[in-house]
Design a protein. Structure first.
Lengths: 431, 431
């Protein structure tokens, strides 16, 4: 590409009608001439050949992705990760902002993904290392999306739970219980104080615990727990399945008494989530399998923030994500960015309830709460409730006691005195 | 986890009925005690809490993933990639084979992904670096999958093209042409000798080139090209879209004359591909956007071979993949592994046509052919046909001439003499 050719892939924001463009932030490691690499980077993700042979035309003004901002962070001695490539020359770490015309693909999530993290982006000559850091959408694009149908406020209304976190629990053992055994444990946890007893993201519709049977007995157990406690409760059924079964699974689970549904967003695909969000009668809660496979490397892949944003766009009312726990291998800054993506303004879209999870219990609640910085989050222990030495009801109670301690400003260890459920957790934590 | 607890996550293959298990190969970097890390790795991807409190039970014999083979490759000074983690101790690179009971999720692709590259796999204490290298399926699992409906033989029959590669071309400019302009270029390329004129993976159903209009004019152009050449031709229409529109898009495109369909497999989701494969009346050809985001790192993520295998399992008749071209940043060994995944025995499933792509032209055909080692591949130039200085018909002709030269065992440069289409490519390549 010569100098004249390259110019078609650069613009200033002021020259463009930004309502026509998505704004993409990338981290790139460029080999050789930076301007050439960036022109190729834009070309490959949009109009790679911008005119026919022997025609005097140029598709770039309308259809080309264009660099609108560049910061060269410095020269590197080597790529941050070894990648098979053929260019030679100096290597520069760059932050680049690109305006990508959304008329190239429209308001369709699979086509959006193909454009912003597809072949062009990851197979540009001279750019072996790429991370998509963020996407910003103009209102003109967002208006085609409904987003969450319930959002945080809808979930709170359903539970009549305000001014506090929402207390989830992943029923454990996650794999192997019969539906009746599973319902018994969930029932105990509701009685102990959980708002939401949930299926594990690994437990869906299987021979030994069919969704139809599990949702039936869990629906009954939920009704009993609501009568006993006088409080609304949620059974969160995992309907993750092949896309052509999702709507049917929704209908089965909901008619049997599941009043929120879990879906593994990336494995089913974001547009399947969007389809389900249009159809659903209950809140949809997303789980995060697979996302770490492309988001964990600091300088390669796709930032988890992008996936959180796209899950909200697709219509998830709540998003379970890797949280602050040491097991979750996610920098605190990144967890906070993902929480912010659920809560901050995003066109006309409702807020999603962020659920930063990972090995939580009564002992971690205050830390999570302080780090989130508000009550607008879900707290999702598993073994912290269902592995409690006194059983699941006591496990759930220990979580609620921990919250009471926080609300009243009393140290956990002091509040545990005379409260055996919390005391057992405090004692266990000391070991 | 104590020593007694760990035992439940190890087994010898001979102890297990392997018809009940998928076999998973992983590369892992374990921090601290290897056996403990591996027990956690199995536990997290299956039954993390294997009994209820105060119950004498053990779900592991049936439901636990189990290490059946381990090779410690050596001790590392540091993780291959910096990953935020909290364990300390020696770091070992390990190859591990795990038997994972498929009754945990069944023959559903989203649930399979959630198990083998989901939360458990990527969030195991002591295992910050993971790459899923391969999956093997017992026939008991494969029998629920139909796989490709046409396969290589079906595509060859459709084209009446045997004993040679299948010649694709990506119509370029990929973005910006009106349907009529697009059809004109495709028509020329068919006349010049292409079997298949295809939409770019970025071009789907957009305002300025709707699928309904494009497939209509391309269907007509294809019929004209077939009459003119006396040869069957394929228009490969990209129907990548939101999942709830895929079947409708199939019906529109096929009734208008598209006789194969392109789908961006990972962005729509593998189970959407499977749904479409059940429904389709024409061959389905997959493209690879997004896969590089999790497969490029040598020691992290998911190997591209796994994705090729899953695409064949989902029913793609042909799989476009990063090829040998220098632009594609993929080691030759990996390209060959992906080609092998299309061609080798895989239960009762038909073979998929591998299409290793990337900046190809008449000048690269022989290299690709030699590296593939058979005629069972698709060759997919873009600018190598549509950027040809004499136009798309000449571009396509240059490809066929290059194949004739190979068949006749004549050097390309010699064969080009008196054949201006090939000569132009040879001359261009010399520059």
């Amino acid at each position: 590409m010569n100098s004249e050719d390259r110019k078609g892939f650069f613009a200033s924001k002021e020259q463009l009608d930004m309502a026509d463009y998505l704004t993409l932030d990338y981290y790139l490691e460029c080999v050789g001439d930076i301007e050439t690499a960036l022109a190729h980077f834009c070309s490959e993700q949009s109009t790679a050949q911008w005119k026919r042979v022997d025609h005097d035309e140029d598709f770039r003004p309308t259809y080309a992705a264009k660099v609108i901002s560049l910061t060269v962070e410095g020269e590197l001695e080597a790529l941050s990760y070894p990648v098979h490539h053929f260019e030679s020359g100096p290597i520069h770490a760059c932050r680049v902002t690109i305006a990508h015309p959304h008329c190239n693909f429209g308001t369709k999530l699979p086509n959006l993904l193909s454009a912003v993290c597809g072949e062009g982006v990851f197979f540009t000559p001279g750019v072996p290392v790429v991370k998509l850091l963020d996407i910003s959408f103009p209102d003109a694009y967002l208006k085609d999306f409904d987003g969450p149908k319930f959002g945080i406020d809808g979930i709170r209304d359903l539970l009549q739970a305000y001014n506090r976190p929402i207390f989830f629990g992943v029923v454990k053992p996650n794999i192997g219980l019969t539906p009746v055994q599973f319902a018994d444990i969930a029932y105990q946890s509701w009685l102990g104080g959980l708002d939401i007893a949930k299926d594990d993201e690994m437990l869906a519709d299987v021979d030994w615990s069919t969704l139809i049977e599990r949702s039936h007995v869990l629906g009954e157990a939920r009704a009993r727990a609501e009568r006993k406690t006088g409080e609304p409760k949620i059974y969160l059924a995992n309907i993750t399945d092949e896309v052509d079964r999702l709507l049917e699974q929704h209908d089965i689970a909901v008619s049997n008494g599941a009043n929120a549904l879990l879906i593994n967003a990336f494995p089913v695909g974001l547009s399947a989530v969007r389809m389900l969000a249009r159809h659903t009668k209950v809140p949809l809660i997303g789980h995060f399998p697979f996302i770490a496979a492309f988001s964990r490397m600091e300088k390669y892949g796709v930032h988890s923030r992008v996936m959180t944003k796209l899950q909200r766009l697709a219509g998830l009312d709540s998003i379970i994500m890797p949280g602050f726990g040491s097991r979750m291998m996610t920098p605190e800054k990144e967890v906070k960015e993902n929480i912010a993506e659920c809560l901050q303004d995003f066109g006309h879209l409702k807020r999603s309830l962020p659920v930063p999870g990972g090995s939580d219990s009564a002992l971690t609640l205050e830390t999570v709460y302080r780090k989130v910085g508000s009550v607008d989050f879900g707290f999702v222990p598993g073994r912290g409730v269902f592995g409690h030495p006194m059983g699941p009801s006591a496990g759930a109670t220990s979580i609620r006691q921990a919250w009471d301690a926080i609300e009243q400003g009393i140290a956990l260890e002091r509040y545990a005195v005379g409260r055996p459920e919390l005391q057992a957790m405090v004692d266990g934590g000391r070991k």
